[in-house]
Design a protein. Sequence first.
Length: 178
Amino acid sequence: MKDPHETKQDPFGHRTNPAHAERTKRIVEFLEDDAPFRRLLDVGCSEGLVTAHLAQLAAHTTGIDTSEVAIGRANGSKWKDEADFVVGDFVEYEPVRKFDLVVVAGMPHLFDDVPKFVDAVGRCMKKRGGRLLVSHVKSTSGGDGYLSRLEAAGMKAVRSGEFRAGGSEHSIHLMRLV
């Protein structure tokens, strides 16, 4: 698959689309009661804008993305001091230290192989007290069907909610390993 970052800066409109700004705001608000986190991982961080907002919730924040171009832009951005950015595939990622919170927002393709995804979460997330936040546009993630698949694979929803952003319904779930 061709990297959309190679032909266009901010190909997903994180800086220009008000719906993305609203989604980011809602995710940060949802997590505020559970903050601060020691270590936070933003999966699919793209060029790092959402990661920079999430960084206000944690002492140390890391963003991971498969796009070398996007990570290059994140490392050259004004928010490069807010987080560390690494090129990599989350399902193959082997962190040096575990994370208190793993954030997966708007990445429904990661749920195509739920056991592999949950295995990656287990490698990256602290066993005691670690959390996973998943948030998706309901129409692009098959509704909340992924939630039951995550629960069947060993995750449990701790808190859930819904919000509207850009005219779309989003679901948001804070989960833990069982």
